[in-house]
Write a protein that binds this ligand. Structure first.
Ligand code: CO
Length: 292
């Protein structure tokens, strides 16, 4: 006979829904990009539209390429640099440099035209580049908001350690191990960079209403019913209110979660709206110079 004991306030560990391995690809300009989604298997994980890992790669002099002027409307791009530096500039005259450990959370809203390039020194002299870009969808009410930039230096991003010292977390969005992110998000988002040393176990509360995934950067991470390695994306079921990750020999990963918008998604390249008509309008506005 089986019996189930329900204890008040007990947290339930989420199981995993599956594992997707992403293969690094050389993009047109010779940049190494690993893209766990969108793919033929997973077009989005509401509210997340895309994750790119750029590098890690060592470029020779004159080799490093970036993304010259291009538009965005209707969502946010979150750039997190681990090695090297990215120079950012937009058509409104905003300029910035995102160095190692820094984050730029750009809310494109009604539209920006910007360039994202490896720093001038890296383009000229060569060097290491490693970073991430996450696309976060905006709810209908925010798609045409005024563009907004939040730029945090590495020193401004909260970090936390577990009591046993085996888990270190950089808290880009949300809360973890008692540390709270300073970034303001339009909808509730958790974005953590987690480093586990040998024998570590990390437990993170994530409400059951959130979609959640992990992307492993290196080492070997144990999710209970799934073992994941470099460039594996693990999607969690919404069957509990915390995730638990262990590692025998160490692992590094991103843990990302957010409340799904449950809105229609009309998507065309750098424009993500709710209807095909809004996509046509975005193209007209871009072509007629009405993008900032
Ligand atoms: Co961009």
């Amino acid at each position: 006979m089986e019996c189930t004991i329900v204890i008040n306030n007990a947290m339930t560990i989420r199981t995993t829904a599956g594992l997707l391995h992403a293969t690094p690809q050389l993009e047109g300009e010779g940049m190494l990009v690993t893209r766990p989604f969108p793919t033929a298997r997973l077009d989005q994980l509401d509210p997340f539209l895309l994750l790119d890992r750029m590098g890690p790669a060592t470029h020779g002099p004159g080799e490093a390429k970036g993304a010259p002027d291009h538009p965005h409307r209707g969502f946010e791009t979150v750039t997190y640099v681990l090695e090297g530096a990215i120079e950012h500039g937009d058509s409104q005259g905003n300029r910035g440099r995102i160095g190692a450990g820094d984050v730029q959370w750009m809310t494109a809203g009604s539209g920006v035209i910007h360039s994202e390039m490896p720093s001038e020194e890296i383009r000229r002299d060569g060097g290491r580049m490693h970073g991430f870009q996450l696309w976060v969808n905006l709810p209908r009410r925010d798609k045409m908001m005024k563009p907004r930039y939040q730029e945090l230096r590495a020193s401004e991003i909260p970090t936390a350690k577990s009591a046993d010292g085996k888990v270190a977390v950089t808290v880009i969005a949300g809360d973890s191990l008692g540390a709270r992110a300073t970034i303001d998000t339009r909808t509730p988002i958790i974005y953590l960079h987690v480093r586990l040393t040998a024998g570590a176990r990390f437990t993170q509360p994530i409400p059951a209403t959130y979609n959640a995934f992990a992307f492993v950067l290196g080492g070997e991470a144990n999710f209970g019913n799934e073992i994941a390695r470099e460039n594996d994306m693990v999607v969690f079921e919404r069957d509990g209110d915390e995730v638990s990750i262990a590692s025998d020999n160490g692992a590094e990963l991103l843990l990302i979660a957010g409340v799904p918008l449950h809105e229609p998604v009309a998507r065309y390249g750098p424009f993500v709206m709710n209807t095909p008509g809004e996509i046509r309008q975005a193209m007209i506005d871009y072509q007629t110079g009405r993008f900032g």
